[in-house]
Design a protein around this ligand. Structure first.
Ligand code: FAD
Length: 281
């Protein structure tokens, strides 16, 4: 078994008590075997999961001490954002994944318009108490006109205090290789961990990729559609994402961040295929 490279997992706040029981029980237990550096918890657009994100982060940190809240701006004013960050600090959280967030967050009354502003707010109020992780887009953020504009916004986020980044999901490893080159040319030196989306539901994936404009290559769409037998499809989905991870590791990715969608099966199979050691007996 290879020593496990850094892995991190992403959850979203469970919708009800039975989903919560499963997430904090079975799912957390299975994925913890891979010794994740942290588990991050998403924040609903517009702060819609403020309480849910907080309580999930608290529960995970009580069990593992490795939880990272996502924090987007929504329509909150500075005070509300700072109160939430203070509450995280009180429960021992030391890393935040800072985001602008998506619609319907809007930018209403708040002065914070993008992640750079949020980073500056965190650094002004809390100094270096928190490590700040930000989002990165190897295929270029859909709101940016071109690569160079996107890179200049990313650079601003880094100069405003980001320590590391996690990417949007993608299935073309060349996009990541190219992104690392561009970072180097622009003298941006923070570690950039690729975000990995295991494929467990093709229709769901296509819908999500349309929403966030992450590309599913045409060859992959056809190959997925071509597999009518569900066992064959599942095997193929695991294989394709395992190969993607292998390529990313060969590109010296600093770690792998799995968008688990609160499931443990596919992520576990991929980590096992990659030979990641577990701490199970
Ligand atoms: P930013 O980095 O602030 O910027 C996004 C775009 O805004 C830029 O590309 C640019 O076009 C524009 N921009 C930035 N700075 C400026 C500026 N100074 N002037 C003008 N324009 C500017 N969404 C959620 O709602 N909840 C989550 O929990 C969540 N988790 C995520 C985790 C990861 C790892 C990733 C990759 C994304 C996540 N998202 C989440 C989605 C994210 O919120 C959206 O992609 C959103 O559209 C952009 O957020 P950002 O933090 O990348 O924005």
């Amino acid at each position: 078994m290879n020593p496990a490279p850094i892995v991190t997992f992403e959850f979203f706040p469970p919708k009800d008590s039975s989903a919560e029981k499963k997430l904090l029980g079975e799912v957390l237990e299975k994925l913890s075997l891979f010794g994740p550096e942290f588990i991050s918890v998403t924040y609903g657009a517009g702060g819609s999961t403020r309480e849910g994100t907080f309580s999930t982060v608290k529960s995970i940190s009580e069990k593992l001490s490795v939880a990272v809240p996502h924090l987007s701006i929504g329509n909150d004013d500075d005070t509300k954002v700072l109160d939430l960050i203070s509450a995280y600090k009180k429960i021992g959280i030391r890393k935040i994944l800072a985001l602008r967030g998506d619609a319907p967050s809007g930018f209403g009354s708040t002065k914070i318009k993008n992640t750079s502003d949020l980073n500056r707010l965190i650094r002004n109020e809390f100094g270096s108490d928190f490590e700040i992780i930000v989002a990165a887009y190897p295929e270029v953020h859909p709101d940016s006109e071109d690569l160079q504009t996107d890179i200049s916004f990313f650079k601003e986020k880094v100069e405003a205090g980001a320590n590391s980044a996690i990417t949007q999901f993608f299935y073309n490893p060349d996009a990541y290789a190219n992104y690392l080159d561009v970072m180097e040319k622009n003298n941006i030196q923070i570690p950039i961990t690729p975000g990995i989306m295991p494929i467990t539901n093709v229709a769901g994936l296509l819908k999500m990729s349309k929403q966030c404009k992450a590309e599913i290559p045409r060859w992959l769409q056809y190959s997925l559609a071509d597999r009518k037998n569900s066992e064959d499809l599942n095997r193929y989905c695991i294989e394709i994402v395992t190969k993607l991870c292998e390529k990313l590791i060969s590109l010296e990715a600093p770690g792998l961040h799995f968008y688990t969608l609160n499931r443990w099966g596919a992520t576990t199979k991929i980590c096992q295929n990659l030979g990641f050691a577990t701490n199970s007996k």
